[in-house]
Design a protein around this ligand. Sequence first.
Ligand code: LLP
Length: 412
Amino acid sequence: MDYFDYRENELWAEEIRVSDLARQFGTPLYVYSARTLRRHVNVFDEALAGLDHLTCFSVKANGNIHILRLLGSMGSGVDIVSGGELFRAIMAGIPPAKIVYSGVGKQDHEIREALAANILMFNVESVAELERISQIATEMGAVARISLRINPDVDPKTHPYISTGLKKNKFGLDMLEATGAYLMAKKLPAVSPIGMDCHIGSQLTQIDPFVETLEKLLAFIDRLKTSGIDIRYLDLGGGLGITYDEETPPQPADLGRVVAEAVRERGLTVILEPGRAIAGNAGILVTKVLYTKKTRAKNFIIVDAAMNDLVRPSLYGAYHHIGEVAPKKRKKLKVDVVGPICESSDFLAQDRLLPEVASGELLAIFSAGAYGFAMSSQYNARPRAAEVIVDAEQITLARRRETYGDLVALEG
Ligand code: LLP
């Protein structure tokens, strides 16, 4: 559910016409809806209402500090995977006590920064990392609260590039290794093992993999208890899918129900790390048609956004719905929507039925709020797009459009 809709034959972002935003800020342009973001945060809170819980938005999905600030003001924490994301989170005023830190390759300086900030917890992904954290915490005279990230070997049934909980994936520890690591952690004076973590994949459209994971983790928590290890935080990661096309993913409330039933009366604090489910449908990418081109094989709509702005279609073959900003009744054609980049993988849609649009018209690429701007680049020396946040009638320029000067600013 989001607050982008068609009224008076035009696309609106809350109370603002998208065409006005494009006029004011140019294209390509990311437009986010604050109301949608708030709604999604509330939905997660309601889903876990009966439990001690913390929603830690996954910064990698959208790290804009205005967005982090908005989520933080509603009580959200964050899941980070780098020192840079820690920096963004702190800049946005997220309390360190609501920050969890995941990722297989934490560097010494990043561990030091997170310890200095006194974050809630490190989600540790290997024995080597555990040893490193212990060593650095000892040097700093600190105690690192940790979870171990468990790889439960559950198939999330999603795109292989975003599956993370299978034993062939690089993430986490299997339960056998984790048992040893927990026992080791218990003996390390600078480490306090208080949590268990997992994240099995992203864009999950079924509930079963979550249920299976939950069962495995709870049984593991029980086994650890007999070895004197008392797990107080259960972090189930992110991964809830959204509707890009016709998927019908489980809702946060469905996940909440399953979790509440399984976890009740265990005294655990439940952490979720949603990224896409909070930000995905809260953003669109607005682009302008530059040219249309018909070859003997295909029809192309060439737009001013490209794979550097939104890489998901090129990288995962992902579907993003595309609509006209000012719809007109016209014949539909099967087209490829492509950008100006010199690669055949530079497409935003392939073989899509779209009205016969003309150059100068605006298109909206939907569900672009997560892993859109966050994965953008300057490839082909294309300055990155601007980002705006609409909140009812209020517009905030959340990031100005990059300039040519920005392209070379770090090159001396
Ligand atoms: N927690 C951890 C440890 C993660 O690795 C991720 C995502 C999340 C939480 C958030 O997952 P979400 O709720 O957004 O599914 N670039 C890909 C998605 C990669 C996700 C990586 N990890 C895409 O555009 O589909």
